[in-house]
Structure formats: structure tokens, C-alpha cells
Design a protein around this ligand. Sequence first.
Ligand code: FMN
Length: 188
Amino acid sequence: MRLIIITALIIAALSGVSAAEAKSLVVVFSHTGENYTVGNITTGNTMKLAQIISEKTGAEIFEVKPSKPYPKSYDECTDVAKREQNQNARPAIAEDKDISGYDTIYFGYPIWWGDIPMCMYTFIEAHDWSGKTVIPFCTHEGSGAGRTDRTLKSSMKGADVKSVTAVRGSTAQNNRAASEKALAGILK
Ligand SMILES: Cc1cc2nc3c(=O)[nH]c(=O)nc-3n(C[C@H](O)[C@H](O)[C@H](O)COP(=O)(O)O)c2cc1C
């Protein structure tokens, strides 16, 4: 028994992080303004999910914001997003966040043309993901997670990237109970 306790203490000391100190962060991008399905919104669909995760886990939210905001108009936004994707652009982001002190990153985004918005690639490529547990979640209007299960795994090198939890944008915006249910499996 004494040996087990001593071993546990040594492991905790060597790892430098006890279970109680493990920290989580919610990194999210979410668009506000005109949305094709749910109208004019002041809190984005994906942000609604981020808020639930934050409430339930105590994790702080970091919102990725492009330096040049995407248009509020739906049609204009889809045009800009398509152009960025075709050009494989890395739009500048207004602010960055040091993620080195976090073990678990909840990573949230809307599906844009089947993938993550390009400003999220900007964020991903600015950071070292090795050793992190990444729990992706997204909202969409029919594509599910699109190809993001694959793109996240290949761009977050060294991370343990879990399967994407995909929720309909209209559900995220208007149905808190269903959103909580959809997220229940990823809250820790
Ligand atoms: C630029 C753009 C591209 C989109 N592309 C897709 C898509 O490929 N598949 C899909 O199911 N929904 C697509 N949508 C719908 C969004 O994924 C959906 O409305 C989402 O909930 C928006 O989340 P947000 O409010 O957090 O930005 C797109 C929306 C926009 C604005």
C-alpha cells in the first residue's frame, strides 16, 4: 500500500500536473448577423454551445475573431468564405491566446463550405498542439461535421483529437435542452 502511494506521488511530481490542476479552454469562432436558417442573431449558434460547455465545465472561453470581421450579410459572408477557402487563405486574427497551460481544448466552429472557417486554420497553425486533448464541436445545417474530422486531425499535430460533435445550428440557437443532450458526452 505504501509503495502504491509513493509511486503515485512520484508520478504526480514528475508530470507536474495533478488531476485537480488539469485545465480546459474553449476556443470558438462563431458568426453573428444574418443567418440563413435562424434569422438575425446576436449570439452565434456555435457560441451558444460554447457557453453551455463553459457553464458546465468552468472552462474559460476564448473567441477567435478575424482582424477584418466577416460580413454580417449572409450572401456576402458566404462569398468571402468561399474565396478564402479557394485561396487557402490564413486571415489574420485580432487577438491570440497562449494555450500552453491547457490540457484539454474544446474547439468550436461552424461548418463553412464543408470545412472549418479559414481563420481557425490561422489559429491552429500559430500553436503547438502536441500532448493536448482536443474535443471538437461544430454547428451546421445539413453537412454534419463535413470533412473536419480529417482536417483537424491532420492539422493539429501531436494532439489526441476526438471525434467531432456536430449539432444543427437551429438546435444550438433555439433548443437549449437538446443542445445540452448533444454535448453531454463530451463534458468532463
Ligand atoms: C459561409 C458559410 C458557409 C456555410 N457552409 C455550410 C456547409 O457547407 N454545410 C452546412 O451544413 N452548413 C453550412 N453553413 C451553415 C452554418 O454552418 C450554420 O448556420 C452554423 O450553425 C453557423 O454557426 P455560427 O452561428 O456559430 O456561425 C454555412 C454558413 C456560412 C455563413
